[in-house]
Ligand binder design. Structure first.
Ligand SMILES: *Cc1c(COP(=O)(O)O)cnc(C)c1O
Length: 282
């Protein structure tokens, strides 16, 4: 299946956008809209299709035998790539950090393996060096976590789907999504940092400058993937109030920060905000 058909038949694009209401911002006449990229697809959800699309296009136009990428044992990026490969008939390879792992170590890896992605479990040091096994030298290689110039460029279509607004909020992993959005618009973008990866993000920003991107690193809440009880509770309450599922790693932190910014007066009354729901719900 080609990409155009796949987008048209399998994906919910352009993704919906909806306004959410709460006394805490209604009282300041602030509007909050949620761009529901989480509804693009149940598996290739959120920013993952936007990040992958240009790579898959490059693959189709060139003489590669498949697509290879890198990730951890719970990588949403590898999960999305494995499914896309399965759906589009593209051979995929995942280089996974941790030689002690195998295809049945967790349900993500099991599923990825069932979709036909070839998994290679490598030591931390081989992983760090991003060694590509020689039999895959002809594969198109997507950097770790789906970060790269083509992922950044993939945000143009997202920005084209947005209404005019005063500020955009977005969760950051590698930063590709927030940087890509900021580079495609003049609207101020607030990136909520979720990992202790300041140096990585700074590197990415020196390659792809975005003067309208402000990073807030006050909502990391300790270690990656360790949801603290507060955040879990916040995500449950948010769902009860708005019927929009969020998770504590990315979108939970982003909304937590956004509400905090509204409460502490950081956002001017009568502003119109757009929060990007980058997905992550499985
Ligand atoms: C992968 C992911 C992110 C991080 O995106 P980057 O482009 O790496 O910053 C944010 N939110 C969700 C839900 C994700 O799965």
């Amino acid at each position: 299946m080609d990409i155009k058909n796949f987008e048209f038949n399998a994906l919910n694009l352009p993704s919906p956008i909806e306004e959410i209401f709460d006394e805490c911002w209604n009282s300041k006449r602030i509007q909050v809209f949620v761009k529901r990229d989480d509804l693009i697809h149940p598996i290739i959800s959120g920013n993952k299709w936007r990040k992958l699309k240009n790579y898959i296009q490059t693959f189709s136009l060139n003489d590669h035998s498949g697509i290879l990428s890198f990730g951890g044992a719970y990588s949403n990026h590898l999960f999305a790539l494995a499914f896309a490969g399965h759906a589009l008939g593209i051979p995929t390879v995942g280089i996974v950090r941790g030689e002690e792992l195998h295809v049945t170590s967790n349900s993500y890896l099991k599923q990825i393996n069932e979709w036909g992605m070839k998994l290679h479990f490598v030591t931390r040091s081989l992983y760090r060096e991003k060694v590509i096994p020689y039999e895959y030298e002809n594969y198109l290689s997507i950097p770790e976590g789906g970060y790269g110039s083509q992922a950044i460029d993939g945000m143009n279509t997202l920005v084209n789907e947005l209404p005019s607004c005063d500020a955009i909020y977005c969760a950051m992993g590698t930063g590709a999504t927030a940087i890509g959005i900021a580079r495609a618009t003049n609207v101020p973008v607030t990136g909520i940092q979720t990992l202790n990866n300041q140096a990585e993000i700074e590197n990415h920003l020196s390659d792809f400058p975005a003067a309208n991107l402000t990073i807030d690193e006050n909502f990391i809440f300790g270690k990656y993937a360790k949801s603290n009880a507060d955040l879990d509770k916040f995500c449950r309450n948010f769902y009860e109030k708005h019927q929009i599922a969020i998770e504590p790693i990315y979108t939970g932190r982003m909304f937590y920060a956004l509400i905090n910014h509204i409460k502490n007066g950081h956002i001017a009354p009568e502003s119109k905000l757009v929060a990007i729901h980058t997905g992550g719900i499985k």
